[in-house]
Design a protein around this ligand. Structure first.
Ligand code: HEM
Length: 445
């Protein structure tokens, strides 16, 4: 049912788009990312003044986004980090095998913790070349994530902003900013000391420093603050979303044993007697790709995408929407919109994506014409990390399915789907599953 939800939050109008038809109507209207005084993005913005993060707006945003797509997150660069992803997938398998090896039938493993640690390490290695498991670095970056997901009263009712100070949020923000800034200073200095790398080599800091020294990119990457802002965005946007996607997909697979068996059978027949799935195997895992789409439909990790703000007035269903209205797109509601997905929209049925005619190896937004499936957003504000995310999610899942048999600790199907609301929606309770190592008698790695 098409409904227009406009809420007046004292000072600010908030428009929530909960169906694909509404989203399609509002999307062409000019918009920007809202500039919040505190709250989401403050840590990134304070590391990066004048606006140094691609989530900001205007000319800088356009240039930074173009550079992100071509230099940082484009297909060739993403392919270049394949070794990191494969090594971390192998480390994940080894860690799960270790934790589950107590008993013959396998023992329970806290998969949620393992997945967060794995995606965290992947993004840190790709972004900063940080492959030591520094507990301190992890703690700083995790606190940044928590703060970006926190609700700051000042963002909606500026005159009540003192409440944020009373709640201790401002103090935490300031401390986190100082720690994050010191961490980035150290990382950047170390990279400068190590010297210039060729265009193809290095991590994202190396790429950003090359752009920093290139006169053609001076306005976008000319200051350290801008580099810091971009690194923060990459880390925040890339870590939690990817681990949540794997976590929710494993949740649904265990709840739907037939789907699990089918996905597992596909992976095992495609890689035959190898010990690991490599990225070169991924294009042949068609059913797994359907499973991931279905999981992102029911559990988009960023269910409200990122907020936008209209820059010009527009009319939606006869309703005047003034400039400056904050727009939230409810991707989760769109994903279960019965007009698009039918009466069984709430069920996990990967096969429903089979007939959509889209190339499963194409990273353009799926169902882009109908806007019925938008976990990565649509249009010029959509996620620039979709190539990278797809590679991580597919590789981790394929290896978990190849190497282990999975079940809920108390028998098949008994896994809850309670959500924890934050910037990225994870499970409320950690996903604890019994993993039984699969024996491969002979084979290649
Ligand atoms: C499954 C994993 C991921 C999902 C579901 C996801 C989803 C999203 C969504 C919904 C948005 C906002 C789109 C909008 O408002 O229309 C976004 C923005 C963004 N994502 Fe992702 N993302 C994922 C992984 C990644 C990764 C791995 C990276 C980078 C390493 C990344 C980088 C970004 C950046 C920089 C933005 C801000 C773009 C802008 O404002 O122009 N994302 N992502």
């Amino acid at each position: 049912m098409e409904t227009l939800q406009v809420h007046e939050l004292l000072a600010r109008l908030l428009l929530v788009l909960a169906t694909m038809i509404l989203f399609k109507r509002v999307l062409p209207s000019p918009s920007k990312r809202p500039t919040t005084t505190t709250g989401p993005c403050r840590a990134a913005r304070r590391c990066a003044r004048p606006p140094g993060s691609p989530t900001a707006c205007g000319t800088f945003w356009r240039a930074a986004r173009r550079a992100c797509l071509s230099e940082l997150l484009g297909a060739p660069r993403v392919r270049g980090f394949r070794g990191v992803r494969e090594a971390e997938a192998a480390a994940l398998v080894a860690a799960v095998a270790d934790e589950s090896s107590d008993r013959d039938g396998g023992s329970p493993v806290n998969l949620s913790d393992r997945l967060v640690a794995t995606t965290n390490r992947i993004v840190r290695r790709v972004a900063f070349g940080d492959d030591g498991d520094s507990i301190r670095t992890r703690a700083i970056l995790e606190e940044t994530q928590r703060l970006l997901g926190a609700f700051f009263v000042a963002d909606y009712m500026p005159w009540l902003g003192w409440l944020d100070a009373v709640r201790g949020l401002r103090r935490r923000l300031d401390r986190n900013f100082r720690e994050l800034d010191a961490f980035y200073e150290k990382v950047i200095d170390e990279h400068i000391d190590k010297g210039t790398k060729s265009k193809e080599e290095g991590d994202l800091v190396d790429v950003l420093l090359r752009l920093h020294n290139d006169p053609a990119h001076q306005s976008t990457f000319g200051s350290r603050s801008q580099i810091k802002g971009i690194l923060t965005d990459m880390f925040i946007a890339g870590t939690d979303t990817s681990s949540a996607t794997v976590e929710w997909t494993m949740t649904e697979l265990v709840r739907n044993p037939d789907v699990l068996a089918k996905a597992q059978q596909e992976v095992r027949s495609v890689v035959a007697n190898k010990h690991m799935v490599h990225e070169s195997d991924l294009p042949r895992l068609h059913y797994l790709k359907l499973v991931i789409r279905e999981s992102l439909r029911l559990h988009p990790p960023a269910p409200l995408l990122l907020p936008r703000e209209t820059t010009e007035p527009c009319t939606v269903r006869g309703c005047e929407v003034p400039a400056g209205t904050r727009v939230l797109v409810n991707a989760k509601a769109i994903g279960v919109d019965p007009d698009a997905w039918g009466a069984d929209a709430a069920r996990f049925v990967p096969e429903r994506h089979r007939g959509d005619g889209a190339d499963l190896n194409d990273h353009k937004p799926w169902h882009a014409d109908s806007y019925a499936l938008v976990p990565f957003g649509v249009g010029r504000r959509s996620c620039p990390g979709v190539h990278f995310a797809t590679a991580v999610v597919e590789l981790l899942l394929a290896n978990l399915l190849l190497c282990f048999d999975w079940r809920a600790p108390h028998g098949h199907g008994e896994v809850d789907v309670e959500e924890e609301n934050a910037l990225t929606v994870h499970r409320k309770n950690p996903l604890v599953l019994v993993a039984k190592r699969r024996c491969v008698t002979s084979g290649r790695s």
